[in-house]
Write a new protein. Structure first.
Length: 91
């Protein structure tokens, strides 16, 4: 993972962690259910964005390196990993 991606993802995770703690507080305070659900939806969206950033970095670094290399097994492994992650199949 590139340094700038690592820094960015750690900041995003800290924000998401704060959102999750906020939802726990909302539940403890018996806040309105729909408000809690909206916050959960926001967390899910933030996680989806984080996943995209990490996958983009993976494509630009690990996968690109494997595809440019001479190791056929490494290329196949990276492609199989992506298919499993994006397609939901178990590796």
């Amino acid at each position: 993972m590139r340094t700038e991606t690592k820094t960015s993802t750690l900041k995003r995770l800290a924000r998401i962690e704060g959102q999750v703690r906020g939802v726990a507080r909302m539940i403890e305070e018996d806040r309105y259910c729909i408000d809690v659900v909206r916050q959960i939806q926001a967390i899910k969206a933030a996680l989806g964005s984080l996943e995209t950033v990490i996958l983009d970095d993976h494509l630009d670094t690990c996968v690109e390196h494997a595809l440019k290399g001479d190791d056929l097994a490494a290329r196949r492994e990276k492609v199989e990993e992506l298919v499993a992650v994006l397609g939901g199949r178990k590796k």
